[in-house]
Design a protein around this ligand. Structure first.
Ligand code: EPZ
Length: 463
């Protein structure tokens, strides 16, 4: 868990890592290459090591060189099973489906299970692969897919919530090996899909229309390994922008692709945040007062759903009423009750949250439920008066590289400790004096348990 001492404006310079959501499908697509793929800018994250294990189970070697480059080589191309034990740990493992089917002609991939941010089916992935001629069955929780030769065709990938990011990646990775021409309409336009497409083209694929909803793919027989640098993480950049704004600070943020962040700049500027762009760097200056605003998360180039929770934390301190709507994951609001523990005034209404801005948040003990919810709670804790505890920060480790170190380097006070009673700050516990008037029988009031480390270790050993 994190113990965060809030109320410190962040000042200084910080650099963004490579994009998790580009790195994962690109690593999976390396299954398709002959030879050794060298990827630069792959962040060191739990999700990256989980996918590395999936790829190793599929006959690849995955090594991190001293300079940070990730080297991937397909040694054994007979293996096609992505097991439940690995896939259940990370949904993005489903990205191996398209490359396996395209390159090896068959795949058996565990269906990803439930998820904290809402219902996440993969029907569109399967629709696209079936259209290419794959025979697909679902049996005992696994997707079995096979095709001796995929055949190019016209595919429509739109669903009730727009296109699908990893679905487009899967269909693209299969279609590059299909005989003839494939078109994908309503393809996802996210920069991470474009990065994957560019990487496939560098390997010898023939994809046109990247970054638009219409893709045209001429099938090829093989792809050769190349070196590729993953794009900067636009979601991490947006999280750092909010960190500066929410703490009343001023940050220079390096390694940013500003064109990927137009919608985020727009809403932050409308809230009063100062943003200056200089090449691949940004300077962000918090305003004296934040203005309220209505924000809707939409497919790219709209506001990303992956920034919705962080913006909610920021708007909880803005002057006035804001409405935040998520049109991609309408149930992605697990952060709301936790923000309310810090004093935020938020009401959930269907796919929206209605936020009535308050002057200050107060430190509290809160629980992270998913990656971006953890980021939102961390941001709120950085701004809050007093100490906060954020539990289950393993969610954060899945998608942000060394975030607490980066934030501490620019003035935050975040301590990573083991989630044990003795590590709970005293300031977050009710004293006997506070509890006594609240108890019916004052003799019921338990003394607060501030165990010494030695005593806690002794009790654990005994139990
Ligand atoms: C990707 O998930 C990202 N993950 C998510 O990042 C991100 O929130 C999401 O895109 C939206 O931008 C990776 O890139 C690894 P979708 P993905 O398929 O591809 C519905 C993060 O925090 N849908 O684009 O799984 C779906 O339910 C995360 O880093 C179908 O109906 O998302 C949702 O409402 C979490 N059928 C919408 O489409 C399908 O077959 C968009 O989902 C597929 C999706």
């Amino acid at each position: 868990m994190f113990v965060v001492r809030g109320g410190r404006p962040l000042r200084g310079r910080v650099s963004v890592s490579g994009a998790k959501n580009a790195a994962l499908p690109i690593m999976a697509a390396a299954l398709s290459a002959r030879g050794t793929t060298l990827l630069r800018g792959v962040p060191e994250l739990v999700d990256v090591s989980t996918l590395s294990q999936v790829l190793q189970s599929l006959g690849m070697t995955v090594e991190r060189h001293a300079d940070g480059t990730l080297a991937l080589t397909a040694e054994d191309d007979q293996r096609c099973l992505a097991d439940y034990e690995l896939v259940r740990r990370m949904r993005a493992s489903v990205c191996v489906l398209g490359p396996l089917l395209g390159r090896r002609g068959r795949a058996c991939v565990s269906l990803p299970g439930g998820c904290n941010i809402g219902h996440r089916p993969i029907d569109l992935h399967l629709k696209g692969l079936r259209a290419l001629g794959a025979e697909i069955t679902i049996d005992r929780g696994y997707v079995f897919a096979k095709a001796d030769q995929l055949i190019g065709t016209d595919i429509y990938l739109g669903g009730s919530f727009g296109s699908t990011v990893t679905g487009t990646c899967n269909v693209l990775c299969a279609a590059v090996f299909a005989k003839g021409t494939t078109t994908i309409s309503s393809a996802a336009c996210e920069p991470e899909v474009v990065d994957l497409g560019n990487y496939l083209n560098e390997m010898g694929a023939r994809i046109e229309g990247l970054g638009t909803p219409f893709l045209r793919i001429e099938g090829v027989e093989e792809l050769n390994a190349v070196e590729h640098t993953v794009i900067p993480d636009r979601i991490e950049a947006a999280t750092l922008l909010v960190a500066a704004a929410i703490t009343g600070g001023c940050l220079q943020i390096d390694n940013v692709e500003p064109t990927h962040l137009a919608a985020v700049f727009d809403v932050l500027r409308m809230m009063g945040v100062g943003i200056e762009i200089s090449g691949k760097s940004l300077t962000v200056i918090a305003p004296d007062k934040l203005r309220s605003l209505d924000v809707t998360a939409l497919p790219y180039p709209g506001i990303p759903t992956d920034v919705q929770a962080q913006l909610t934390a920021l708007l909880s301190l803005a002057n006035g009423i804001s409405v935040v709507t998520d049109k991609i994951f309408p149930d992605r609001f697990m952060h709301i009750p936790e923000l309310m523990r810090m004093g935020a005034n938020v009401r959930r209404e269907g796919a929206s949250s209605i936020i009535s801005g308050i002057g200050t948040l107060t430190g509290a003990c809160v629980m992270a439920s998913d990656l971006r919810a953890s980021a939102a709670l961390l941001l709120a804790a950085l701004a809050a008066d007093g100490e906060s505890v954020i539990r289950r920060v393993y969610h954060l480790d899945r998608g942000y590289e060394r975030l607490e170190r980066k934030l501490n380097d620019v003035g935050a006070d975040i301590e990573r400790v083991i989630d044990l009673p003795e590590n709970m700050p005293h300031s977050l516990q009710l004293s006997v004096e506070e509890q006594r008037p609240l108890a019916i029988d004052s003799s019921d009031v338990p003394a607060p348990k501030f165990l010494s480390r030695a005593e806690a270790a002794r009790q654990r050993a005994e139990s």
